[in-house]
Each structure stands twice: as C-alpha cells, then as structure tokens.
Ligand binder design. Structure first.
Ligand code: ZN
Length: 247
C-alpha cells in the first residue's frame, strides 16, 4: 500500500467525517488511481471540485496519484485567488448568487444588470441575511464585517471599496465572473427574471419618444417594469465592457 496526504477545503468537508474536516489526513491506496477516483473514494463527488493541487501544482482529474503526494482539493463555490493556475472548468458549475447588506443598493443594481441573481432589501436584518445565505447558498456581500463573524456564515466577502462602480469591479474580479455576464436577464429593480415582450404588449405604458424610437422591449415577470436598450443601457454596456478588459 502507498500513502498520500489529502486536504479538502470549505464546503467539500460536508462530505467527510468530522475527524477529516479541514485538516490533512493520510489516504492509503494501491496502484496509481486517477485523482478523480481517489477523491470520490474518499467520499467527495467530483462535480463539487473546481481545483486540485498536487504538491502545489494544479492538475486535472486524470492525473495519477503517486506515493507521498500532497493533495489539496477546493470546491467550486469558494473564492480563491487561483488565476495563475488551471481551473478544471471554464466556468464554475454552480450559479453564483448573492445577498447584499443594506448598504449596497447600487451594487445590487449593477449585479442584476449583469444578470446575477442578487437579493437586496433595505429591511433585511443581519440574521435574516445570514439565514437566507445559508438556505439558498448565496454569497453574502457586505460592508459590515460583523455579519461575516456569524458562526453559520460559510460564504461571504467584505467589500473594500465605497464606490459602487469599484465595488462591482471588485466582485467580478474576486469571484472571477468575467465570462458570466448575461445582461437582460434580471430586473434591476426587483431581481425578477425579465423576458422579451412585444411592442404591442407594452405600448400603452411607453412615453411617446420611446414609442417612436424603440422596437425591442423586455418586461420583468415579477414587477412588470419595462426595459429597452436606450442610452442608459449603452452606458451600462460600456461599463461591463471596461470591466471585462480587466480580466
Ligand atoms: Zn422587476
């Protein structure tokens, strides 16, 4: 038998017995199994894994395990500075969803504009934010470090900047969301899903100039707010383009 050392990070520990939580442990094996088979034999579904480091180098699932290898395994959900190493997938498997504290109303609008499912309500208390985050697997974004000290918080990020555009930039960079913009998916006002609407469906609600100059419309399925690709959208698109250049 050979031995390798494994350590699993963050929510991957949910799949392990408590004595293996968040620490290195020995794994005994024979032959040279793929790292994917070894990880699944330990009990962690490979679909939950985004990054594997063996002796400090990023490897793919097909890498073969060797005697005395030192293996670190990271989940999809976790935010890490891994830009210099290979992720196993181009995009994370799971949807990245957020819940924001009461100070981040403008950031909420930007994230929704870019298509991210983003909860924000002025009346949320800290404990409500923590509960919703846990129940709906949402990442907490906050300017208030206190929220992140709740024991039950597993995924949160303290926003450094006080400027909404910079905050947006910071979130996209931190969670590596550059390839995931989907404009015209979310209502900036209520986070509802927006859908294409025909001009005849919305015409009675349009101002004369909008009626005259625009033909493509979208409507929020939740609050009925109507969207069209006017100058406001152009500015937003420019902002998203400029952020994509940071990549
Ligand atoms: Zn809406």
């Amino acid at each position: 038998m050979k031995t390798a050392s494994f350590r699993f990070y963050e929510e991957l520990n949910d799949f392990l017995p408590e004595k293996k939580h968040k620490k290195s442990f020995s794994y005994r094996f024979s032959g040279s199994p793929s790292i994917k088979d070894a990880i699944e034999a330990i009990g962690v579904p490979h679909s939950e894994v985004d990054l594997i480091l063996v002796n400090g180098e990023s490897v793919t699932f097909s890498h073969h395990l060797s005697e005395k290898d030192n293996v670190s395994v990271y989940p999809v959900f976790e935010s890490l500075d891994i830009s210099p190493v290979n992720r196993l997938r181009e995009n994370p498997l799971r949807d990245t969803r957020f819940i924001l504290d009461v100070h981040l109303g403008k950031l909420a609008k930007y994230l929704r504009m870019a298509g991210f499912d983003t909860l924000y309500e002025r009346h949320y208390s800290d404990s409500e934010i923590v509960d919703i985050s846990r129940n709906e697997k949402r990442i907490i974004l906050t300017r208030d470090v206190g929220i992140l000290k709740y024991k039950t918080v597993t995924h949160g990020y303290w926003i450094r900047s006080q400027d909404p555009v910079e905050q947006f930039r910071e979130v996209i960079r931190h969670f590596d969301l550059y390839n995931q913009f989907q404009p015209f998916q979310r209502c900036m006002h209520c986070n509802g899903v927006i859908e294409k609407a025909s001009k005849s469906q919305v015409i009675q609600h349009l101002k004369p100039k909008t009626r005259q100059y625009y033909n493509d419309f979208y409507r929020c399925a939740r609050c009925n707010k109507i969207y069209w690709k006017g100058s406001h959208v152009k500015r937003m698109q420019e902002l998203m383009n400029s952020i994509e250049k940071d990549k």
